[in-house]
Ligand binder design. Structure first.
Ligand code: PEP
Ligand code: MG
Length: 582
């Protein structure tokens, strides 16, 4: 038996067998070859073509059986591509003329072809770039001799061990037989871990090199609360964790028991604890865990899940209508796609960004590609007829972005009116405050929008210059940094002065230590993963606003996060033990 200790990022206990997945594509290097090596390299390339071709045909047969002819045709097209004499000749010529390794020749040729596809007028042909990428991927895999798991092949209670997973990998895997995730890298607020939580699957990150220690089929246990991974558990340990699994489920039910209690402080101030929803099926958790509405629906996961298809206006409308009906009379705050950054929808942008997290993301992408967002915006106006729907824009950094969005949204509403389609024109439009510059002009922004929601996941990332998914700088990802607290205070005051609602929807809202501080800073509305509502409610019910305000004021005067943290622990422990709630 072997115990490994990582960072628990999604709670719960999983027991299963390991399946290892390497997702990081190898870096592709250019190696100069000597003239006498070229024949051998061409032969290696030709063998890889054969292997990739066989693999694609195998996939085609499987897909055909499971999903029918239409999807199988996609693989057919990929196989034909590999048989295309012009394509093969071009790569062989590159190997010989440039005297380079086959990987490089494939990579460069695919890039060149991709650029030609991207420049095509015809939408259909332009979109074939994706196919080209898939073919390249397959070819590079077989060149590099990397075997891989077909994600949908996984069976039984599988614990996925991976170097790195994208949010969409996690989504796809989590919908299958997977019972838990262990990843070498990733932080608590990365979107991959947020999705693991939404899927209610335990997850552990921060275990560099773990893939080298685990073999497929190894029996494993993972405890997403403590961050502990146990390989080859003994019978006794296994029995112990099976008991803990039952206890965990019982605690979950107990949390639900707090649903009926009002979210009210010990001195009678009402609070609103709302739910963050990433996946449509979570809408039922809103009531189950006693949340008052949806404070953030991350609509981009609908897009990611359907990709390469795009959700239609009707898809959006039906879903949003359900969301507002489930949350009525409370609001359902629906955020327009926050694509880009690490949630890159490559079919949307035909560009390569060196640093996508500082690139075409959120509202920037909306304004760059408004036609992609049109069905979504039309659906928001239409669904608003059925309940309390608020629309929210991500990653705003300037006033102009708000003006441009408003004017685009107004033109969409004009179209609906002209077409006689039922809609609600005065739907509240708010923004995420998650860029430091936006936080610092919150007083000006507050005059232009109907509400704020503070996205601390990104606000911390951008204000402390710390990648939220990078465990190497996780110690600098400091939610209690006084600089951040001062920014929060300014945003909250600006919203209060302008008389608009303000909430926090970042992960800090579900932290039992930070949530009371947020309330002390003036927030009355927090949005968090539904399962956290009970825990936060119990904690806040034991505290008094007047005391929390005093604590928050004190925190603003410290110079470091560790001072804030130590003080907060002392102060809150004292107050919680004194707290009562009628
Ligand atoms: C945030 O940045 O805090 C937020 C809620 O948005 P996301 O986590 O989707 O970036
Ligand atoms: Mg964000």
């Amino acid at each position: 038996m072997q115990r490994l200790s990582g960072l628990g990022v999604s709670s719960g206990i999983a027991i299963g067998r390991a399946v290892c997945i390497e997702t990081r594509t190898e870096e592709i290097y250019r190696f100069p070859l000597a003239a006498e090596e070229l024949d051998g390299e061409v032969e290696r390339f030709e063998r890889a073509i054969e292997a990739a071709h066989d693999e694609i045909l195998r996939l085609r047969d499987k897909v055909e059986k499971q999903m029918g002819d239409d999807l199988a045709a996609v693989f057919e097209a990929h196989a034909l591509f590999l048989r295309d004499a012009g394509f093969v000749r071009r790569i062989v010529a590159r190997i010989r003329e440039e005297q380079v390794n086959a990987e490089w020749a494939v990579h460069r040729t695919i890039e060149e072809l991709g650029e030609q596809f991207a420049a095509m007028e015809d939408d259909y042909l332009r979109e074939r770039r994706e196919d080209l990428r898939d073919v390249a991927h397959q070819l590079l895999r077989s060149l590099q001799g990397t075997s891989h798991h077909e994600l949908s092949d996984l069976e039984g209670d599988v614990v996925v061990f991976a170097d790195l997973l994208t949010p969409s990998d996690t989504l796809r895997l989590g919908r299958g037989k997977v019972v838990g995730f262990v990843m070498e890298t990733g932080g608590k607020t990365s979107h991959t871990t947020i999705i693991a939580r939404s899927l209610k699957l335990p997850a552990i990150t921060g275990l560099p090199g773990v893939l080298a220690q685990v073999t497929d089929e190894d029996p494993v246990i993972l405890d997403g609360d403590s961050g502990c991974v146990i390989l080859h558990p003994t019978k006794e340990v296994l029995a112990d964790y099976r008991r803990r699994q039952i206890d965990w489920a019982r605690r979950d039910r107990e949390l639900m028991a707090t649903c009926a209690l009002p979210a009210r402080t010990a001195d009678g101030v009402d609070l609103e604890l709302m739910a963050n929803i990433d996946l449509p099926e979570e809408m039922h958790d809103v009531q189950r865990y006693g949340a008052t509405g949806i404070g953030l629906y991350r609509s981009e996961f609908l897009y990611i899940e359907r990709s390469p298809e795009q959700p239609s206006e009707e898809d959006h409308y039906q879903l949003y209508r359900q969301l507002v009906e489930v949350t009525a009379p409370h609001p359902a705050i629906i955020r327009t796609y926050d694509l880009g950054g690490r949630k890159l929808a490559s079919e949307l942008t035909n560009i390569h960004e060196e640093n996508p997290v500082l690139g075409l993301r959120g509202i920037r992408l909306t304004l760059a590609k408004p036609e992609v967002f049109k069905p979504q915006i039309r659906a928001l106006y239409r669904a608003a007829v059925h309940g309390n729907l608020w629309a929210m824009i991500p990653l705003v950094s300037t006033l102009e972005e708000v003006e441009q969005f408003r004017s685009y949204a107004a033109s969409v509403a004009d179209d609906l009116a002209r077409q006689g389609v039922e809609h609600r024109r005065d739907l509240p439009i708010g923004i995420m405050i998650e860029v430091p510059a936006a936080a610092l002009i919150a007083d000006r922004l507050a005059r232009e929008v109907d509400f704020f929601s503070i996205g601390t996941n990104d606000l911390i990332q951008y204000s402390l210059a710390v990648d939220r998914g990078n465990e190497h700088v996780a110690n600098l990802y400091q939610p209690l940094h006084p600089g951040l607290l001062r920014m929060l205070r300014f945003v909250i005051n600006s919203a209060d002065d302008a008389g608009i609602p303000v909430s926090v929807c970042g992960e800090v809202a579900s932290d039992v230590r930070v949530a009371p501080l947020l309330v002390g800073l003036g927030l009355r509305r927090l949005s968090m993963s539904p399962r956290a509502v009970g825990r936060i409610k119990s904690r806040l019910r034991a505290l008094r606003i007047s005391e929390l305000e005093e604590i928050a004021q004190h925190c603003l005067d410290f110079g470091t996060a560790s001072e804030v943290s130590a003080y907060l622990d002392r102060a809150l422990t004292k107050k919680v033990s004194l707290g009562t709630n009628p």
